[in-house]
Structure formats: C-alpha cells, structure tokens
Design a protein around this ligand. Structure first.
Ligand code: HEM
Length: 384
C-alpha cells in the first residue's frame, strides 16, 4: 500500500471517499486528529448515510452493547480507562517478563526440534493469546470457539459491504458476550491474583462499572492485544529477515532491540487505520468537513511520511533516531493501554529468537494476510 499512501500524501492528503468518509494520510494531520478531543470515537455520532448504514450492525438494535473504552468518549472513557488502569499497571506488566520468556523459549525449543517453521503459526500467533489469557486468568478450557469468534469479530475492522458478513459479525458479538459472561461467572467463584478478578472486585466494591461494561472491557483486553501483537512480531520478523544487514546489526548490538521494536512498528504498522467522527464542522488542511462525518487517520501512511522521517523513510533502519515518532499506538487519550505489554513481548521475542538461531534465514516468500487495516504477514517460512 505504501506507494499509494505516498501519492495521497503528495497530491490529496485529506481525501474525500465516495462512501462519505475522509482519508487523512500525513503524519501531522493524523497526529492532530488523534489528539483532538473535539472528535468522537462513538459510531452512533455518524450522520445518516452510507457510513452509518455500514456501521449499523455495531450501533443499533443489539441485545448487547459493547461499551468498551475504545468506543467511548469522555467522561465515560475517562472513568473506564481509570478503572482498567488500576489493574493493568506498569508493575503488573513488568512482573510478566519471566512468564513471557518461558512461553517464548518453549516455542523456540519446538522450532529447534523441527529445524524449520512458519514463524507466524509457530511463534507470533500463539504468544500474545497465551500472555493475555494468563494475565486475565482465563479458564483452561478449550479456547477454539472463542478464537473463531474473535477472528470473525475483527472483520469489523476491515471494510465490510456484504450484508451476510455484517450479520455474521452481529451474531458473533452476541455469542461472544454470552461466553464472556459465563467466564465472569466462573471467575466470581474462582477468584485469583489476575486482571479479571481485579475488575470484578472493582465492580463489586461499587466502582462505577455496569455488568455490560465489565464484559466489554474484558473482551477488549482479550482482543485488542492479539492480532496487533502478532503483527508486531510477524511483520518485524519478516522485515528483519528481508534485511540481513539489519539482522546482523541486531545480532552484534542486542541493546538496539528496544529501538528496533519502534522501527518495526513504524515500518509495517500492525494497525493501518483508526477512525474519528466530527461533532462540529471540522477544518483540516484547509478543508471543512461536516458534522457526523468519519475521518480515517491512516497510521500506516503517517509512519512513512517523509515530512516526519526524512527521505529514507521507506528504508528499515533499526537504529533510526526518530523511530519512536510513529503513531502505531495512536496518540491522545486513547493511546494504547497495552503498549508496555506489547513492547515487552516484542523485546523478549526478538532477543531470544535472534540469539537462539544464528543461521536463521527465509526459506520461501513472505505471504501477507490480505487485510487493509490489520495488515500482517501470514507466512514467514524459515529454516533455523
Ligand atoms: C488502544 C494499537 C497492543 C490494549 C489502541 C489503539 C491503537 C492500538 C492504535 C488506539 C486506537 C484509537 O486511538 O482509535 C496497538 C498495537 C499493539 C497493541 C499496535 C501491539 C503492537 C495492545 C495490548 C493490549 C492493548 C497487548 C492489552 C492487552 C488496548 C486498549 C486500548 C488500546 C485497552 C484502548 C485504549 C483507550 O481507548 O483508551 N491500541 N495495541 N493493546 N489498546 Fe492497543
């Protein structure tokens, strides 16, 4: 997509789409809309029109209302984020390093035995699911159905026009909520030192959190950190293996890993787009956008903007000074709550993988998953 993004940045940086939304591609503009509290994240604020129709399945007539913080504006957002922030602390995350290292090393043992692997299936995919499952304190029961439902629900992050798919997404939400409710009931009877128990206790202690909101925050935590982190690890691995000079640089300078993670996030963002909705007429790049309109901030393009990163923006450089200026974790009040966890998982994954397999190399072409928003590597075949 990057050539297309560059054309848009240069010729039409605030572009109106025939469906009625606006697509913003420059770093300065994307950063501005993400930080602007006059814009909403709630789809119900869309004016009547094709976009509202497209999002209808997420807005109206539902048995369940998924009121998670990521779809709420202040003051609800402030309240929900503070409540979850009480249990999802930097200290809780820092304490996870040994658990993450063990999970990573177990996967690497299996890859070493086999001698080759698809790094997505064997490594990038299972890790974030296992980590968040343990943090939340999910039951040990078979997670297959839960994962299938999550796979369907994330389709709502891609452009959906097929009414059958919309129906499937809406049905899937109902089933997922039912499942999470059952898990919460089980957890009430089996409290432990985990995030879900912390949130349940907050609710029981009279903190302002309704039953539906509890379900929505747990589901958000379970989902928000999965495909995103898979893409950080998978896209980062793909980028590194396609740039043997950068792989060699990381091997000889393991301390670069922190900056390398930022560069992977910049170079192939795990999420390409996020949206905001205008509540008043909104001026951007000299264009006035009417009330009730969706503006899509293209993070994937902002991260490659020459105006921010310089002329070599399309080059992977794990020691790039400005790498941290990427917008992959968003900005402003919705800045990713799980960024420290994602960075920890990334750091351990890259450190251990690079150290363990000095001869690792691609054994075939990298294949992409075909998604526009959660764009990620689907196959990264290697021999070790
Ligand atoms: C919000 C990206 C990992 C939990 C966000 C947003 C982005 C993002 C772009 C904000 C969307 C917006 O402003 O509209 C990522 C990326 C990740 C990652 C790229 C991995 C590389 C995680 C993890 C968790 C998590 C591991 C936790 C388990 C959340 C939550 C929010 C959020 C709870 C909502 C914050 C709010 O609305 O205040 N993430 N995320 N994320 N993320 Fe992440």
């Amino acid at each position: 997509p990057y050539d297309h993004y560059r054309d848009l940045r240069n010729t039409d940086p605030v572009q109106e789409h025939p469906m009625g939304f606006w697509f913003v591609t420059r770093h300065a503009d994307v950063s501005a809309i993400l930080r602007d509290n006059r814009l909403s994240v709630a789809d119900r604020n869309l004016a009547d029109g094709p976009m509202r129709e497209q999002y209808q399945h997420l807005i109206a007539d539902q048995e369940v209302k998924l009121t998670s913080m990521i779809d709420s504006d202040p003051p609800d957002h402030t309240r929900l984020r503070a409540l979850v922030g009480k249990v999802f602390t930097a200290r809780a995350i820092a304490g996870l390093e040994s658990m993450v290292t063990k999970l990573v090393d177990d996967s690497l043992d299996r890859i070493a035995d086999a001698g080759s692997a698809n790094l997505i299936d064997a490594f990038a995919f299972p890790l974030p699911f296992a980590v968040i499952g343990k943090m939340l304190g999910m039951p040990d029961s078979d997670p297959t159905r839960l994962r299938e439902l999550v796979e369907t629900l994330i389709m709502s992050l891609e452009p959906v026009t097929d009414p059958e798919v919309m129906k499937a997404i809406a049905q899937c939400e109902v089933e997922l909520c039912g499942m999470v409710k059952e898990i919460i009931t089980w957890k009430r009877n089996n409290p432990a030192d985990d995030l879900m128990t912390g949130l349940i206790q907050a609710e029981e202690n009279g903190d302002l959190l309704s039953d539906d909101e509890l379900v929505a925050q747990i589901l958000l935590l379970y989902m928000a950190g999965h495909h995103t982190t898979v893409n950080l690890i998978g896209n980062g691995m793909a980028a590194l293996l396609r740039h043997p000079d950068q792989l060699a640089l990381l091997r000889s300078n393991p301390d670069l890993v922190g900056n390398a993670i930022e560069e992977f996030l910049r170079y192939d963002s795990p999420i390409h787009q996020t949206r905001r909705i205008t509540l008043t007429p909104y001026n951007i790049g000299g264009i006035e956008i009417p009330v009730g309109t969706m503006i899509i901030g293209c993070i994937g393009s902002a991260n490659r903007d020459e105006r921010m990163f310089g002329p070599d923006t399309d080059v992977l450089r794990i020691d790039r000074e400005l790498a941290r200026q990427h917008l992959s974790f968003s900005a402003g009040v919705h800045y990713c709550l799980g960024s420290a966890l994602a960075r920890l998982e990334g750091r351990v994954a890259f450190n251990r993988l690079v150290a363990r397999f000095p001869k690792m190399a691609l054994s075939g072409p990298v294949r992409w998953n075909g998604r526009m928003n959660l764009r990620g590597a689907a196959d990264v075949p290697v021999t070790v």
